[in-house]
Design a binder for this molecule. Structure first.
Ligand SMILES: C[C@H](O)[C@H](O)[C@H]1CNC2=NC(N)=NC(=O)C2=N1
Length: 112
């Protein structure tokens, strides 16, 4: 697992820099199961996790909620029967910050 998962998020400041194209290219390689999406002009990281049923999907969702609260950085989450779609971006800068890559790597570690 990339050492991204061992890093801590920094506070979300409105004037924080978005990742540069070069940083994006480097960071996305560290989280190969994640895709870059652009929605309403906002760049986001997204991954779909598959589960055997809704109960397991919900358990994962609750672990993710605890992680988000611990880091005070929160994802978009769509929880359905057998799958959870997780989307990370930084609302304060309307785009991708290093925090989002850290949180994506930490999300992967929840699978245990
Ligand atoms: C007030 C503001 O919502 C908070 O500072 C935090 C909460 N969680 C957050 N989560 C995400 N993804 N982006 C933010 O900018 C953010 N800001």
């Amino acid at each position: 697992m990339s050492d991204l998962a061992t890093m801590k998020c920094e506070a979300c400041q409105a004037d924080a820099p978005k990742v540069s194209d070069a940083e994006l290219a480097e960071l996305i390689r560290m989280i190969p199961d994640w895709a870059v999406e652009v929605r309403d002009g906002i760049m986001q990281l997204e991954r779909v996790y598959k589960f055997k049923n809704f109960k397991l999907a919900m358990e994962f969702t609750n672990k993710l909620a605890d992680l988000a609260e611990a880091e005070f950085h929160h994802p978009g989450i769509l929880t359905e029967w057998g799958k959870v779609t997780v989307t990370w971006w930084s609302h304060s800068i309307k785009g991708l910050h290093r925090n989002d890559f850290i949180m994506a790597a930490k999300t992967d570690q929840l699978l245990g």
